[in-house]
Design a protein. Structure first.
Ligand code: ASP
Ligand code: MG
Length: 349
């Protein structure tokens, strides 16, 4: 039996119409011959609303009750999703985290998964059903509901993928994958076909809301193939795996930007970046375009630059043009007399 885990984020489940579309996606995957396990988030904003609701009752909710409350968002999605799939004539069953076999420690609101017992899910799959697990939750030794920290449905998905030995863990959201930079800031940004776990972890650390850091670290540790893709389009997204850059040449894979007070922090993420040539190109680019670098920090996998808030987005565009557009990059590296004929992004195989 070939199993695919399909995880859907809250924006993909925000309305009944969207739940129906995602149900259809799961059915299509099943009709391609795969056993399907879904992990679902709470509908968009519901978790925040539940937190607000708790705050209207008490400023100090008991952690146990807080988790009991927060877990209901995902339970709601799972039950509605199972109904939507059944409605299309394919058998499906919703499962709470506990029913899905997710066992955790007792650290309420940020519990760690200790083990996953896949027996119940396997039984359902063998009956030909789609198993819809409520994300973000598990059960501790005492039998109490726990939650896995914000964004924790990602963790549910990778933990299930590992224990079920799934072919791939597909993470569906409202974005088409990981881009070389945020396309709303840099319209020329390209979708990255393959990216390493490390680069995605760097992005998560940079505050780009890509994925739960914990989940990516887990996927890396257990070598789980991830496919980040769009809920609303059929095109391929971004594959995350153990992709090692070939050779030792420096390469920039992607950029992030974050505002911090009156400064902007730009990160270049990639490999071999602690390099004089790269540093020269960055300084040259800043100088040519009239940006002042307030701070620079270089590690092999990450460069952090701070500039004025006003300069931020423009500097990002300038650097993107230089490092992601191969022609420019080659030209500039010649100017800076550093032999780097790297082909960013594509070079990561
Ligand atoms: N609903 C939870 C949250 O918003 C878990 C998740 O969506 O992954 O953090
Ligand atoms: Mg959510």
């Amino acid at each position: 039996m070939k199993i695919i885990v399909m995880k859907f984020g809250g924006t993909s489940l925000a309305e009944p119409e969207k739940i129906k579309v995602m149900a259809e996606r799961a059915v299509k995957t099943r009709n391609r011959g795969f056993a399907v396990v879904m992990a679902v988030s709470a509908p968009a904003d519901l978790t925040d609303d539940l937190i607000t609701l708790a705050g209207l009752i008490t400023s100090k909710p008991q952690p146990r009750e807080y988790d009991a409350l927060l877990s209901t968002g995902e339970a709601l999605s799972a039950a509605l999703m199972a109904m939507a799939i059944n409605e299309r004539g394919t058998a499906a069953v919703s499962l709470s985290g506990a029913q899905a076999g997710i066992k955790t420690d007792s650290a309420h609101t940020g519990a760690a998964v200790i083990s996953v017992s896949p027996e119940r899910i396997m039984r359902e799959l063998k009956k030909g059903r789609i198993a819809v697990a409520a994300g973000f939750q598990g059960m501790d030794k005492a039998g109490d509901i726990t939650t896995l920290g914000r964004g924790g449905s990602d963790f549910t998905a990778v933990a299930l993928a590992r224990s079920l030995k799934a072919e791939v863990c597909e993470l569906y959201t409202d974005v088409k994958g990981i881009y070389t930079a945020n396309p709303t800031v840099v319209p020329q940004a390209k979708k990255i076909k393959k990216i390493s776990y490390d680069a995605v972890m760097e992005l998560a650390r940079a505050g780009a809301e890509v994925r739960q850091l914990r989940a990516i670290a887990y996927a890396k540790k257990h070598n789980i193939a991830l496919h980040l893709r769009s809920s609303f389009e059929n095109e391929e997204g971004t594959l995350v795996g153990n992709f090692k850059p070939s050779g030792k040449k420096p390469r920039v894979v992607c950029f992030s930007i974050r505002k911090a007070g009156d400064t902007a922090e730009i990160r270049l993420i990639g490999a071999g970046l602690k390099d004089t040539g790269v540093k020269n190109v960055i300084r040259q680019t800043a100088l040519t375009n009239g940006h002042l670098l307030i701070r620079e920090a270089y590690t092999p996998s990450r460069i952090t630059l701070a500039t004025s808030f006003r300069s931020g987005e423009r500097l990002l565009k300038n650097l993107h043009e230089v490092f992601i557009d191969t022609t420019e990059w080659t030209a500039l590296s010649k100017v800076c007399s550093c032999a780097m004929d790297t082909v960013p992004v594509k070079a990561i195989e």
